[in-house]
Ligand binder design. Sequence first.
Ligand code: SF4
Ligand code: SF4
Length: 483
Amino acid sequence: MPEPTNKSQQEIKKSDESEKDSLDQFYSELSYWHVNMGEESVHAKRIPGKYRRIKWTTASLYLLFFFAPFLRWEGRQALLFDIPQRKYYLFSITIWPQDIWMLSILLMTFFISLFVATTIAGRVFCGYICCQTVSTDIFTWIEEKLEGQPPARRAMDKAPWTGKKVGIKLAKHSIFLFLSLLTGVAFTAYFIDVYDLWQKYLSLQGPIYIWTVPAVFLIAFYINAGFLREQVCFWLCPYARIQGVMADPETILPTYDYHRGEPRGRLKKGSTSSQVHGDCVDCHLCVAVCPTGIDIRNGQQEGCITCALCLDACDTIMCKVNKPKGLIRYMSLNELNGKPTVPLFKRARVLFYSTLLLCAFLGIGYGLTHLSPLDLMVIHDRQPLYVRLSDGSIQNKYTLKVINKTDTDMEVKVSIQGIKKGVLVVPSRVFKIAAGKVKPVQLFLKARPEDIGKGSVPIFFHVRSLTQPGMKKTYQSSFIGPS
Ligand code: SF4
Ligand code: SF4
């Protein structure tokens, strides 16, 4: 082995030093980051503001949707997924198994909307509408009403157990348990009519799932919103992990404008502004209001759920010290660094996800406008494909499934088209279908060989409602003869 020369020894030393420098820099950067390990509960302060109002509004919409099964609509439950009957009610719309693709598109629309929102504005879903955020917000609001402001709550957590503390904690946890149970019952009511459900609960009867689903919700919501809270957003939520790949330097997020804010410094007593510091007066209000307990001034962190409550907090302070609002504001990394920003409609990701979303909306629009209250399916009997009768004519057998999707009984008439002189052999061409039912009808179609040619001939079955004029449905099938 050749001995290292002086030059190479110097190079090795230099590279060791530069590695040590970069490690030092890495560790010093890391020390700015606060990784919430749940060592102490986050008791966030609540202050009024624009984003707090938006948060209450979106939370109310979420609650309205979640508790929608308690709403009645046209004499039945507004939202009901009746799995045994295989019918899904969305307000005035009834979706049958034949239209189930619409529910799939609806689900897809939800996920694509999530992608679009994340690309444009990061974890905005987490901040405003996620069930974990909403339930934690409600639970902490109750906590504030019972235990007081954050300093009083922290003091109570540390104080020894007294009769008063036991009473307050007992009341708080009873409310948490009741709300978690109510959430579970509301979710179960998506699958069974809520009147039936209460009847089953009161008579202590009913299928096993009406007991197990609320029990699972009770445990999950009580633990997640009552104890784990922001830890779920930090460590358990898979969406937090994948959002990194959807956001880019153009994504607008709540960001601290460090060019304007630094060097930060506290105000001198009696003064409302300082010439020697940046605009940040180091009041820590942005940290105090953060539901996940992070300091946005240290840069974007994975614990930020982009609820923008720190924007409200900082704007309040800026007004008090006579500085322009927006020291913390929604902006992109490129904007912060003074780089040119790309308009939304020119961003490839936004365009891609938006196109997908548009297609999904068009699919739903098409589905809704083409939902028919009368449906028809025709099954051609395959064994045998045809029979030759004693008079020489060819006969095919079919099963018609006529679906009455309306809420009233219906009388329909069946007819065919496509074969000249084709004879429909059926007990009656007119039959009744009960409301919301499927009527299977077996029938035979006879034709003379000279009228059908060789092989198969396309034919059309029509059903027309006699009770609701204008309602009709056509199904294309085929008549098979000897080839
Ligand atoms: S840093 Fe601001 S936007 Fe992010 S979670 Fe905390 S309060 Fe919400
Ligand atoms: S609220 Fe604004 S001024 Fe106060 S510490 Fe946060 S960034 Fe600085």
